[in-house]
Design a binder for this molecule. Structure first.
Ligand SMILES: [Zn+2]
Length: 402
């Protein structure tokens, strides 16, 4: 006697493109999509979605699990509006006492993200003269504990700079040996005061360990644009196309259209991904224009209730809505296109999440009680059911089929 053809079947699902299908899941992956009326083999567990919308598990391309203070109650925001002032404020906070990161807010944040449908994320982990490698060790432990629910990539992040904070270069080297996936960087001009020295160290570490790069760039104007052009040149020279990301890239908001077009073409050609939290103010790069110019654009949460930002927006659906609002996207096609920034591009460009609902892909899925993708985004819906690697990890009451 043979067993069922699949472990789990999601009946009457609506896909992002509007098709109806039954989704078969086996061994943590999508085994098949059956159109309505098609003959189907037997299944193990069956869940009837009654037409609910099924999206791939969402991907957060930039978050700071180790900074989050959600577990400590409200902390008034004290930092001055400069990167350096915020660095010092955070270090003063940490010198005042330490709580294990899991209790401080990392677990609360992971739980919130999962409730919003995020099943993959890239977290930057602080490595500096106060934290040393302690945060990394704790986040590596958390990654192991959460491996069945959330895919976690770790960036070794020099929050106090590299050249400006001498022990950090050695710590980054060790961090990559310990299990960090990527080497980070921070404002080579604004913080380290030496563009080529700072970038040279980051790229040397990446090449030595065979890892990718994800650099925070807040530097604006000509300094920031020069950094981006230098990263493009170094990426090409090192053959690191497809493995380098720039987070924030505020300087792109300062470029005139001609310069923006040139830089965008080079970013796309070099295979460099842009990650943005869609910040307020005047520093947000023109994301729709960059996407039109061929740049791979992903969205990320960045800071949540920490020394940098009291923001509590943790869901990628909400983040997509921020982008729709910021860039005045109103048409269904424009709004639906944002799914690519929170699922498709992260999968293709960063290896983060399945990116789509299709046979062979990892069965990370988020189910929404909505008619279509634009409705999910404008209503900032939360999923009624979340699956990771084929297992239900959140269920708000979708009942099994009879
Ligand atoms: Zn960040």
């Amino acid at each position: 006697m043979t067993g069922p053809a699949c472990d789990l079947r999601l009946l009457r699902a609506t896909l992002a493109d509007g098709r109806s299908a039954a989704i078969d899941v086996t061994g943590g992956r999508i085994a098949a999509l059956h159109p309505p009326g098609a003959p189907m083999p037997g299944a193990g567990r069956v869940i009837d979605l009654a037409g609910a919308l099924v999206l791939p598990g969402l991907a957060d391309a930039h978050v700071h699990l180790d900074k989050c203070l959600l577990g400590l109650g409200w902390r008034p925001h004290r930092a001055q509006p400069s990167v350096l002032a915020r660095i010092e404020d955070e270090k003063a906070f940490r010198r005042g006492g330490r709580t294990p990161l899991a209790e401080q807010g990392a677990v609360a944040l992971l739980e919130r993200m999962l409730r919003g449908g995020t099943t993959s994320l890239r977290t930057h982990v602080d490595i500096d003269d106060v934290t040393g490698l302690d945060h990394l060790a704790q986040i590596l432990d958390l990654r192991a504990q959460w491996s069945g629910r959330v895919q976690i990539q770790i960036v070794a992040f020099p929050q106090s700079g590299i050249l400006r904070c001498p022990p950090v270069a050695g710590y980054l080297d060790e961090a990559l040996r310990m299990g960090a996936d990527l080497v980070g960087g921070l404002d080579p001009v604004g913080i380290d005061g030496d563009r080529d020295g700072s970038l040279g160290t980051v790229f040397a570490l990446a090449e030595r360990h065979g890892r990718g790069i994800d650099i925070h760039l807040h530097d604006g104007g000509e300094a920031g644009l020069g950094e981006i052009e230098s990263i493009i040149a170094r990426t090409r020279a090192a053959g690191l196309g497809g493995r380098v990301a720039i987070s924030h890239a505020f300087a792109l908001a300062d470029a005139d259209d001609l310069r923006l077009g040139r830089v965008a073409e080079s970013l796309a050609g070099a295979g460099i991904t842009l990650v943005s939290s869609v910040p307020g103010g005047r520093r947000c790069p023109p994301l729709p224009r960059l996407r039109d110019l061929g740049v791979a654009v992903c969205l990320g949460t960045d800071n949540v209730r920490d020394c940098w930002n009291p923001s509590s927006v943790t869901g990628m659906v909400e983040r997509a809505m921020l982008a729709a609002h910021r860039f005045d996207l109103r048409g269904d096609g424009e709004i639906a296109g944002l799914l690519d920034t929170i699922a498709g591009v992260p999968a293709r460009a960063l290896g983060l999440g399945p990116g789509a609902v299709a046979p062979g892909l990892r069965a990370d899925l988020a189910v929404f009680e909505a008619a279509c993708l634009p409705e999910v985004i404008v209503e900032r819906c939360r999923p009624s059911l979340v699956m990771a690697r084929g297992a239900v990890v959140l269920d708000r009451g979708v009942s099994p089929a009879a």
